[in-house]
Design a protein around this ligand. Structure first.
Ligand code: C2E
Ligand code: CA
Ligand code: CA
Length: 562
C-alpha cells in the first residue's frame, strides 16, 4: 500500500544508520518511496554524512550497537551541534534497556527489532517528522516578527529549560535604548526598525557563541540569558563597535543592566525585573554603559516592594498629604502670589517622610499613580473650595497629571466630577502635564485628550518643558496656556551658556505660541532677575517658598492679602 505523506510534495531527506547491511536494505526499501534516503554504517560515518549533506536531514533512524561510534555516542555528539541537535532521532533497537537510555538522551521514538510491518515503520517516521516540524512552526510563532528573537513568553519558557540542563552560573541582561523615540523621530521609523534588527543580530551572534538566548520585551528592550560573563564593559564596547561602526548607526545609544550569576530560585520574571532595575539606575546617562545589579539595588528593590505593598492601606489611612508651593508673578514692580502647585508627600508610619521623587516613578510603573492622583486632585479641589469659602480667596492650584492618567479614557469625566463635587470651576484647577508624556505615549492620542481637557474648561500647563524632546510640531498643535521651563535649565543658566540659551529660546517659543511662561526651581535673586529680564511671568521656587502644608500656606495670605 502506498501512503502519500502529508507534509508536502517535496521529498524530505532522512538518514539510516546501521552496521548490519541487511537491516539497512530493508529499511531503505520501505522508506525510499517517500523519502530521499542517506545511509551510514556507524556514528562516525553518520556525522560525516550529515556535515557533507547539502540537503537538510529531516530525521535519523539510528541503531545502537555499532562499531567505531555507537548510537549512544552519536546521540551525545549531535547534542553539541547547533545545526543538527533539533533533528528528530528514532532509535532502532532490540534491547529494552537501550530504549529508555536513548529516549533520555533525546531520541523521539524507537522502533523495535526485528522490524514491524513496513506501514507501521513508515507511519512512525512520518509522524515524528510532522511533530518536529510542527514544533518548529510553534517556535517560529514565538518569535518577534521584526527581529526574529524570541518574544517574552517563549524567552521565559526557554530560561526554564536552560536551567534544567545548565548547572554553571548564568547571567541575565537587558538592553535598553536611550531615547529611542527620539531616534525614530529624527531618522524615521524605518531606520529605527533597521537599528533594532541590527542589534538583534549582534545579540543573537553573541548568544549563539555563549550558550545563550535572546528575547524582546514589550517595553522595547532586548533580554539575553547566557553563560556567566566576566567583563561587561568590554562586551558593551564590542556591541558599540558592531552597532556604531559595522552597521553605521552612530547615534543610537544603549544601556545594559546585568543580573550577574542569577539565583536560579528566582523566577525568570523576577530576574528580568532585576536586570531592568539596574538599567533604570543609569537611565539618565547619555552614553553606552553598563550597570550590574548589586546589594544596593537589592535594597532599593525591596524598599520599593515594601512601598507597593503598603500603598492601599496608606491611601485609606490618609498617610498622603498634599503640600502647596506658591507661584509668584514677577512681571510688575510688585511681586504677587498668583497660584500654587499641589505636590504630594507620604508620611509613612514606620518609614517616615518619603519624597514623591521616590514613589511617584514607582507608582507610574505599576499604575497605582492613578489612585494616588485622584486622591490628590480631590484634596486639592477641596482646598481651593475651602479657601474660597473661608478666606474669600480664589487661588488656582495646579495638579500634576501623570502619563498613566492620560491613558484613562474617563480622565476628563473624572476631573470634571471632582470639580463639581467640590463646587469649583475647572478654570481654577490647571493641569500640569509633563512634556515627556507626549513622546512616551504611543497608544493614546494625547493631542485629542488635551483638546478634550481644554474644551472642558481646564487650563493646560506643559511641565518640565525643554527636557522631554517633544517635537515642535506636536507642541504647536496643542491648545496650551502655560509653558513651565524644566528646572535644570534654571539651575545651570548662570554657569552654562547653553542652558541660558535654552531659557531664552523657551521664552521665544512661549511668545510665539502666545502662552504664559513659568520657571520653577528658582532659588536666588539673581535667577529671579535674569528670568524677569527674559520675559518670564511667573516664578516658583525656594527663593519664595518651599512647598507648604495648607495650614502654613495660609500665613502667606496674611502677608499678601491684608
Ligand atoms: P515637579 O512637578 O517638576 O515638581 C517640582 C519639584 O521641584 C517638587 O519636588 C518641588 O518640591 C521641587 N522644587 C520646588 N522649588 C524648588 C527649588 O527652588 N529648588 C529645588 N531644588 N527644588 C524645588 P517634589 O515635591 O519632590 O516632587 C517631585 C516630582 O514628583 C514632581 O516634579 C512631580 O513630577 C512628582 N509629583 C509630585 N507630586 C505629585 C502628584 O501629586 N502626582 C503626580 N503624578 N506626580 C507628582
Ligand atoms: Ca509639576
Ligand atoms: Ca516640573
Amino acid at each position: 500500500m502506498k501512503r502519500t505523506h502529508t507534509i508536502n510534495h517535496l521529498k524530505r531527506t532522512i538518514m539510516i544508520v546501521d552496521d548490519e547491511l541487511i537491516n539497512l536494505e530493508i529499511l531503505k526499501e520501505i522508506l525510499s518511496e517517500e523519502y530521499e534516503v542517506l545511509t551510514a554504517e556507524n556514528g562516525k560515518q553518520a556525522l560525516d554524512t550529515l556535515h557533507s549533506s547539502l540537503k537538510p536531514v529531516s530525521l535519523i533512524l539510528l541503531d545502537i550497537n555499532m562499531p567505531v561510534m555507537d548510537g549512544l555516542e552519536f546521540l551525545e555528539a549531535i547534542k553539541g551541534e547547533d545545526s543538527y541537535k533539533n533533528i528528530p532521532i528514532i532509535v532502532l533497537t532490540a534491547e529494552k534497556d537501550n530504549e529508555l537510555k536513548s529516549i533520555k538522551m533525546g531520541a523521539v521514538d524507537f522502533i523495535p527489532k526485528p522490524y514491524d510491518l513496513p506501514e507501521v515503520i513508515l507511519a512512525r517516521v512520518t509522524r515524528s517528522i510532522e511533530l518536529s516540524e510542527g514544533r518548529l512552526i510553534i517556535q517560529a510563532a514565538g518569535r518577534d516578527s521584526l527581529t526574529n528573537v524570541y518574544n517574552d513568553h517563549i524567552f521565559i519558557e526557554y530560561v526554564h529549560k536552560m536551567d534544567q540542563y545548565q548547572e554553571t552560573p548564568t547571567d541575565l541582561f537587558v538592553i535598553d535604548f536611550v531615547h529611542f523615540h527620539l531616534f525614530n523621530e529624527l531618522n524615521g521609523r524605518e531606520k529605527g526598525d533597521e537599528a533594532l534588527i541590527a542589534f538583534a543580530n549582534i545579540l543573537m551572534r553573541f548568544a549563539d557563541n555563549n550558550h545563550g538566548i535572546v528575547g524582546r520585551l514589550p517595553s522595547n528592550q532586548f533580554v539575553v540569558y547566557v553563560a556567566h560573563q566576566e567583563n561587561y564593559d568590554a562586551l558593551s564596547h564590542l556591541f558599540s563597535q558592531q552597532l556604531h561602526e559595522e552597521n553605521d548607526l552612530p547615534d543610537l545609544r544603549f544601556h545594559i543592566g546585568v543580573y550577574s550569576c542569577v539565583d536560579k530560585n528566582d523566577s525568570p520574571e523576577s530576574r528580568i525585573e532585576k536586570a531592568k532595575h539596574a538599567c533604570e539606575e543609569i537611565k539618565s546617562t547619555n552614553a553606552d554603559c553598563v550597570k550590574i545589579y548589586d546589594d544596593e539595588e537589592e535594597k532599593k528593590l525591596l524598599f520599593q516592594e515594601r512601598l507597593t505593598q503598603d500603598f492601599f492601606q496608606a491611601l485609606e489611612q490618609r498617610q498622603f498629604t498634599v503640600y502647596y508651593q506658591p507661584k509668584v508673578n514677577i512681571q510688575g514692580e510688585k511681586f504677587f502670589l498668583t497660584s500654587a502647585e499641589a505636590l504630594v508627600r507620604w508620611v509613612h508610619p514606620t518609614l517616615g517622610f518619603i519624597s514623591p521623587g521616590v514613589f511617584v516613578p514607582l507608582f507610574e510603573k505599576n499604575g497605582y499613580i492613578r489612585h494616588l492622583d485622584h486622591y490628590v486632585w480631590r484634596e486639592t479641589a477641596h482646598q481651593i473650595a475651602k479657601w474660597k469659602r473661608e478666606k474669600n480667596i480664589t487661588l488656582p492650584i495646579s495638579i500634576n497629571i501623570s502619563r498613566v492618567d492620560l491613558d484613562d479614557p474617563d480622565i476628563v469625566k473624572i476631573l470634571l466630577s471632582i470639580c463639581e463635587e467640590a463646587n469649583i470651576s475647572p478654570d481654577h484647577l490647571p493641569l500640569e502635564v509633563t512634556e515627556s508624556a507626549y513622546v512616551q505615549n504611543e497608544e493614546t492620542d494625547i493631542v485629542a485628550v488635551i483638546e478634550e481637557m481644554k474644551k472642558a474648561g481646564f487650563r493646560i500647563e506643559i511641565d518640565d518643558f525643554g527636557a522631554g524632546y517633544s517635537s515642535l510640531n506636536t507642541l504647536a498643535s496643542l491648545p496650551l496656556d502655560i509653558l513651565k521651563l524644566d528646572m535644570k535649565f534654571v539651575r545651570e543658566m548662570e554657569k552654562s551658556e547653553k542652558a541660558l540659551k535654552m531659557v531664552s529660546i523657551v521664552a521665544d517659543i512661549a511668545r510665539n505660541l502666545k502662552v504664559k511662561l513659568v520657571a520653577e526651581g528658582v532659588e536666588t535673586l539673581n535667577q529671579v532677575q535674569l528670568l524677569k529680564g527674559l520675559g518670564y511671568d511667573i516664578i516658583q521656587g525656594y527663593y519664595f517658598s518651599k512647598p507648604l502644608k495648607a495650614s502654613d500656606f495660609e500665613a502667606l495670605f496674611e502677608k499678601e492679602f491684608h
